[in-house]
Ligand binder design. Structure first.
Ligand SMILES: *[C@@H]1O[C@H](CO)[C@@H](O)[C@H](O)[C@H]1NC(C)=O
Length: 320
């Protein structure tokens, strides 16, 4: 490990993110597309955060979690989209090693937080549907606050452990990452230090921090489904169905892409697919989450249309 030939080589402090390759004709098109996506993501999620924070009606666990999710998506897209936009515009694709690891830290901790947040949301739905009578005692605001704090702390913790391992890596070339953001595995593969431990740690951390919330989410939905089958009233069934139709797409997209990107073996033929799937995961999920969760919800829709009307907007702002 130590004392091998990398000692004589110069260490590299800058990496190149190849992004979408050499596509001069497409650059402007890609730039405009990502700019529109970024602005729409920011606008949609900011609106939801403002609604949840400003409107007392929305100070219930379900909406507080939704507000947290939107806030998380704002931070998440901001970890890499602005940089991608700048590099598409200027053609400068370099990023420093420390910049890359910083980006990894933030995107990693936010992704881990999202796992736990989705689990908390599904647990909340489970309590609301299967334990409706005891819901207000089981899911009170202080438990909700504890859950939210736990999610954010967990995310940071997962990422700190991982980044501590990465910060020991030494890079001596080649320095090209065939991706549009700093992805852990391609980054580790570039290092000329011994990487076995880092790859193992990456695998353990991803499993440790995604498997429990995934199982919790799955279990909640199985219980919800089980209780649906026993409901005889159509209204009850409709309520459960609307829960499913808003949560399941989000959860499936989120975990489906994590599995494809991090668990499937890496072949060269899969690399391009990997980039496309990562794109869905990183760019599309933050955009569609607020739409899926909110626009299917009558209360949010009403509040949104009220807020969009200038006078309604005024009232909400005063309540802040
Ligand atoms: C996130 O959740 C916590 C705890 O429930 C809540 O106090 C906070 O207002 C939420 N944040 C947003 C932006 O919704």
């Amino acid at each position: 490990m130590e004392g091998t030939d990398w000692r004589n080589q110069t260490t590299i402090t800058e990496l190149i993110l190849l992004g979408f390759g050499e596509l001069p004709d497409l650059k402007i098109l890609l730039f405009l597309m990502f700019l529109v996506i970024y602005m729409a993501t920011m606008a949609g999620n900011t609106l939801i955060v403002m609604l949840v924070v400003a409107d007392q009606h929305f100070h219930t666990p379900m909406y507080l979690f939704l507000g947290n999710l939107s806030y998380l998506e704002i931070c998440y897209t901001s970890t890499f989209l602005p940089r991608l936009l700048v590099s598409l515009l200027t053609g400068d694709r370099t990023i420093s090693v420390s910049g890359c690891i910083t980006q990894l830290y933030f995107s990693g901790s936010l992704a881990a937080t999202e796992c736990y947040l989705l689990a908390a949301m599904s647990y909340d739905q489970y309590l609301a549907i299967c334990k409706a009578l005891h819901y207000s005692t089981l899911m009170n605001n202080s438990f909700c606050l504890q859950l939210a704090a736990g999610e954010w702390l967990n995310g940071c913790l997962a990422s700190i452990i991982f980044v501590l391992f990465l910060s020991h890596l030494i890079f001596c070339g080649p320095n090209e990452i065939d991706h549009f953001y700093c992805d852990p595995i391609p980054l580790i593969e570039l290092s000329c230090s011994d990487t076995h431990l880092s790859i193992l740690v990456d695998f353990i951390i991803v499993s440790l921090f995604t498997l429990p919330p995934f199982l919790l989410t799955l279990t909640s939905y199985v219980f919800i489904l089980d209780s649906t089958l026993r409901i005889s009233s159509t209204i009850g069934r409709q309520k459960v169905f609307s829960t499913y139709s808003s949560h399941l797409p989000v959860v499936t997209i989120f975990y489906g892409t994590i599995i494809i990107v991090y668990m499937l073996p890496k072949h060269d033929t899969l690399r391009d697919l990997n980039k496309v799937v990562s794109l869905c995961f990183t760019v599309l999920t933050p955009l569609v989450n607020p739409l899926i969760y909110s626009l299917r919800n009558r209360e949010v829709k009403e509040a949104l249309s009220k807020a969009l009307c200038i006078c309604g907007f005024h009232k909400n702002m005063q309540r802040l």
